[in-house]
Ligand binder design. Structure first.
Ligand SMILES: Nc1ncnc2c1ncn2[C@@H]1O[C@H](COP(=O)(O)OP(=O)(O)OP(=O)(O)O)[C@@H](O)[C@H]1O
Ligand SMILES: [Mg+2]
Length: 255
């Protein structure tokens, strides 16, 4: 579980996060939505410990980041998996090399132990034939699977994904969403996902927070988001005609 307590983050004069408080539970897919520039990536980087907020704090399973020693911060970082926007695989390494990289960097496992773990996670993301391919030789959807495999290879307690669906067709995007949700439940991970994608919200939005201009404007579940009267949220959600229709259908069903 992650407990975010009134965090503020600025760059020079630009006040980007203006006091955000929320909690993200274990075993759940927590989504952060909001317009471009609303601060989603900055927020995720604060959760990752890449940015330190100048005010407020973030507690990981009950312990504030600031209360960790340097060694404990390093250990905590190793409990975090990250799927970056655009997968961010190493082009010069094979699929297997990419997934093995964190194990080589941070563990003393033998080659055969590492190989076994890599095989397990690649199987988990349904990639069994791509071990020796390079990222340029596989599809975008497969690249995301590799990125997810790399993010979970260290068995993380926390998983952060920045726009894991960007650049994928809707069907592949849903497969990736579902894969992240399944893995979250299976390994009881605290997962936080940045997304623009309303399909993701409908599919896996167990908890959703909506950021607007660096403030937490609304939070709730995927069912609640269709009932809210909050105008900023409805403008965001119903910016597409498709979702206006979905809402009408939903309201009819309720009546
Ligand atoms: N390292 C940085 N230095 C200065 N300003 C930054 C830095 N990182 C982000 N910002 C600013 O913070 C604001 C929020 O950016 P952020 O990347 O978090 O938005 P976002 O919600 O993730 O947008 P998108 O949906 O387009 O990814 C922007 O105005 C951006 O210019
Ligand atoms: Mg972003």
């Amino acid at each position: 579980m992650i407990d975010v307590q009134n965090i503020h983050k600025s760059f020079g004069d630009a006040h980007i996060l203006k006091g955000i408080s929320t909690t993200f539970e274990k075993g759940k897919t927590n989504l952060i939505i909001g317009q471009s520039g609303s601060g989603k990536t900055v927020f995720l980087k604060c959760l990752l410990g890449l940015f330190e907020p100048e005010e407020g704090g973030i507690a990981y399973d009950g312990k504030l980041y600031a209360d960790h020693t340097d060694d404990e911060k390093r250990d905590l970082r190793q409990e975090m998996g990250m799927v970056f926007q655009g997968s961010a695989l190493f082009d010069s390494m094979t699929v297997e090399g990419n997934v093995m990289f964190p194990l080589e960097m941070f563990t003393n496992q033998s080659k055969s132990e590492m190989q076994e773990r890599v095989n397990t996670v690649l199987k988990r993301v349904n990639l069994v034939d791509a071990h020796h391919k390079f990222p340029s030789e596989i599809s975008g959807g497969m690249q995301k699977r590799v990125a997810i495999a790399r993010a979970i290879v260290m068995n993380p307690k926390y998983l952060f994904c920045d726009e894991p669906n960007s650049g994928l067709d809707p069907k592949t995007a849903i497969l990736i969403d579902n894969l992240i949700k399944e893995i979250t439940e299976e390994y009881n991970i605290t997962t936080v996902i940045n997304t623009h994608d309303m399909n993701s919200v409908m599919q896996i939005g167990e908890k959703i927070i909506f950021l607007k201009d660096g403030l937490l404007e609304w939070e709730g579940t995927k069912n609640e988001i269709f009932k809210t009267d909050n105008e900023s949220v409805t403008n965001f959600v119903y910016s597409s005609d498709l979702f206006k229709k979905v809402r009408q259908m939903y309201i009819q069903e309720q009546n």
